[in-house]
Design a protein around this ligand. Structure first.
Ligand code: HAM
Length: 433
């Protein structure tokens, strides 16, 4: 019986070679910008003890309650595919005593996350984040600097996003606010959706994040956390805003902004893009002093963010993405067996000089090889036939303007080396900052 071909699981996908240049572009730029701001890369496991996330993110959150990929391994340990990396980074910071040197520690990561969410445009079950964490400082200046860094990256990638900020208070003032909020919700309880009614008991702040249309008028009437901050949280929030203003960064205060992870205290923020549709959050982050203690570590102050790489790649301008495609510089066309041998050795020589070459083995006629050269986007074609072999001069065709001329091998090398590095990627690119 014929078997149905296997496909990817729902919410996952193959990222194909044609899409990869966009990903490389974002990742390369991110690494450059993160390095400018003093961040170093850390790679933590995709598999972690379930307890790390259950304790770190919070048992009443959607992520821990219904979205984690959890299984018991052969040794009977409960293991979870990481839904985020902040908890892992804080674990690693303690596990490797990174605090010993004193000062602040700046770490970044790029990689896949796993959440069993409802499928939607821009929402995947395996998705990718670029994130960064600053450990060891409670200074709001750090927060503004991190935000400046993200905006710098987005600006280089020609992507616009609005910055939304809030303070979610701390252990001093939040419990009082939650009591006030609960009381206010109870006044209109019957008018809220089922999820809100449940959250009012289990994770009251999350009611503020409800997207159900009929709840909105009642949510808008609820008390605002920014009116109930303690003096320390209020001062922190003010200073954070002062730093943003000094850096010339525009922001909107959104008192309803609460994040889907429980570890946040004081500053919480998101960056949203109008180009993303309903899943409009491009970046999310905030402060998480106290997370380390929840994980059994020493007191550590922390602030960080994660950017949704899938979403950023989706809205990257095509012109920029096109500029980063690694097209072959030379496609070698050969017209006999002898010419193939020469083509192999010329390609070897050019590759040693750093020139990207493409050679099809078992290729057909001149016409079909020229067609292939077009398909792979080659910038030049080098034609090697019997005449060329005899003269040791080859026909070089520049595909951009169809200009064709004869070259010896030294002339070819000299010409290719004279091309500007940026132009070798894409001659028409003017956007590459
Ligand atoms: P998060 O808000 O859960 O925060 O995720 C950050 C970003 O990851 C989102 O703004 C979105 O762009 C992207 N993202 C989340 N879920 C999905 C999904 N299912 N499909 C596609 N993209 C998604 C965190 O993960 C925190 N760890 C951020 C952080 C770091 N806070 C402090 N440090």
């Amino acid at each position: 019986m014929e078997q149905k071909p296997l496909t990817t699981l729902p919410g996952t996908r193959d990222i194909l070679p044609v899409e990869i240049p966009r990903w490389h572009l974002v990742e390369d730029r991110a690494r450059q910008v993160l390095a400018l701001y003093g961040f170093q890369e850390i790679r933590t496991p995709l598999l972690e003890a379930t307890e790390l996330f259950a304790r770190g993110i919070g048992g009443d959150t959607d992520i821990v309650g219904k979205e984690m990929y959890t299984f018991t391994d052969q040794g009977g340990t409960s293991i979870t595919l990481r839904p985020e990396v902040t908890a892992s980074v804080v674990r690693a910071y303690t596990e490797h005593h990174m605090y010993r040197g004193g000062g602040i520690t700046k770490l970044y990561y790029i990689g896949p996350m796993f959440r069993h969410e409802k499928k939607q445009k821009g929402r995947w079950r395996q998705f990718y984040q670029i994130g960064a964490e600053v450990l060891g400082s409670d200074d709001p200046a750090v927060e503004a600097e991190v935000i400046e860094m993200i905006l710098r990256l987005l600006e280089q990638l020609q992507v616009e996003a609005r910055l939304l900020i809030n303070s979610v208070g701390d252990r001093n003032c939040r419990p009082g606010f939650i009591a006030i909020l609960k009381e206010a919700i109870s006044q209109d309880l019957g008018r809220f959706c089922d999820d809100c009614r449940r959250r009012a008991q289990t994770n009251t702040l999350r009611v503020l994040d409800c997207k159900v249309e009929s709840c909105q008028p009642y949510i808008n009437r609820l008390p605002r956390i920014t009116d109930h901050l303690c003096r320390e949280c209020s001062e922190h929030f003010q200073k954070f805003q002062d730093h943003l203003r000094e850096a010339g960064i525009r922001y909107e205060i959104v008192p309803r902004l609460v994040r889907g992870l429980d570890y946040y205290v004081r500053t919480a923020f998101e960056m949203v893009s109008g180009e993303l549709g309903s899943q409009n959050a491009l970046v999310g982050g905030g402060r998480y002093d106290g997370l380390s203690e929840v994980l059994g570590g020493p007191p550590v102050q922390g602030f960080g963010f994660a950017l949704g790489l899938d979403r950023l790649v989706m809205i990257l301008p095509d012109s920029l993405a096109e500029a980063s495609v690694d097209r072959p510089e030379v496609y070698l066309v050969y017209l006999s067996d002898e010419a193939l041998k020469a083509a192999i050795s010329i390609a070897r020589l050019l590759r040693r000089q750093g020139v990207r070459c493409h050679l099809e083995f078992g290729a057909g006629s001149l016409k079909s090889q020229m067609r292939m050269a077009n398909r792979v986007g080659a910038r030049h074609v080098l034609i090697i036939g019997q005449d060329e072999l005899a003269k040791e001069r080859y026909s070089l065709k520049r595909m951009e303007d169809s200009k064709q001329w004869e070259v010896s091998l030294p002339e070819l090398s000299q010409y290719l080396q004279s091309l500007p590095a940026a132009a070798r990627k894409n001659p028409s690119s003017t956007n590459d900052k």
